[in-house]
Design a protein around this ligand. Structure first.
Ligand code: ARG
Ligand code: ZN
Ligand code: CA
Length: 253
């Protein structure tokens, strides 16, 4: 009634050891984090500095409903992101459930990057991939939910960040590693690149010769889970356009 769009979510858990077969409770906890962060009801929403409060999104009005958990045991100990190995049963993975209608989230024991190096927390596809069989989000099991998750990414915010990409949000510094590129949101200050750990506010950085206070507490930066707590108003506009009736992910609604 308030215009909230509810996205159906399918979890596909592929594990080798039983510890990697994360519990239903932990998946429920992850869904709860997404719902809190996307409605600005997260317990740390009060950490937004006064300077950035006018730019805060408030309730994004996108919610998440768990519809199914698929589970599969595998002998694999790592998964190549470049070829989306985990998304195909022919490779020992789990095939997506209708990506036009559901957000598929795959949980694996280790994600290899484009150099086959482990350590990626998660990755996602932008709406340009909408409806393809590999569309969705992949997460390392260590960073799903809260209870039993690995510090400092133990508050479920890897999913918040990756779903942001899935809903058309680039990083604050733009889509390349060069930095100081547009993220198509004028209300997030230009940024030369990722921030890590738990920065102290204010943190200044230069793009195009202009020194700006950085919105490092935005979910689309790389800081620790405990240091991120907000989307901006324009990020909300971008995400809602994706799930609007004429948007690229309208099938989710
Ligand atoms: N795309 C980043 C990675 O794969 C994820 C960053 C998530 N940040 C966080 N605080 N959970 O490394
Ligand atoms: Zn990212
Ligand atoms: Ca910006």
């Amino acid at each position: 009634a308030d215009g909230t769009v509810e996205i159906p979510v399918i979890f596909n858990v592929i594990y080798n050891t039983t510890a990697q077969n994360i519990s239903d409770a932990r998946i429920a906890e992850q869904i709860a984090v997404l719902n809190a962060d996307y409605s600005a009801t997260n317990s740390d929403i009060g950490d937004i500095p006064t300077e950035f409060q006018p730019a805060a999104a408030g309730n994004v009005k996108i919610s998440f409903k768990l519809v199914k958990i698929n589970r599969k045991q595998s002998s694999k100990t790592a998964w190549k992101s470049t070829v989306d190995e985990m998304k195909y049963s022919a490779n020992g993975g789990i095939d997506a459930t209708d990506t036009t209608k559901n957000l598929n989230i795959w949980v694996v024991n280790s994600i290899l990057d484009n150099k086959n190096k482990p350590g990626t927390l998660g990755y996602a596809y932008y709406p340009e991939d909408a409806g393809l069989e590999d569309d969705g989000v992949v997460l390392d099991y260590r960073y799903v939910g809260k209870t039993g998750a690995t510090f400092p990414y133990n508050l479920g915010r890897t999913a918040t960040h990756e779903v942001g990409h899935y809903l058309n949000l680039p990083h604050l510094w733009g889509s390349s590693d060069n930095g100081c590129e547009t993220d198509f949101s004028a209300d997030t200050p230009a940024s030369p690149g990722p921030n890590f750990d738990e920065p102290s506010y204010p943190l200044y950085a230069v793009c195009g010769g202009i020194n700006r206070s950085q919105m490092f507490m935005n979910y689309m930066d790389y800081v620790d889970d405990r240091a991120m707590c907000m989307f901006s108003a324009n990020q909300k506009t971008r995400m809602r356009a994706v799930v609007a009736t004429n948007g690229p992910r309208a099938g989710l609604r």
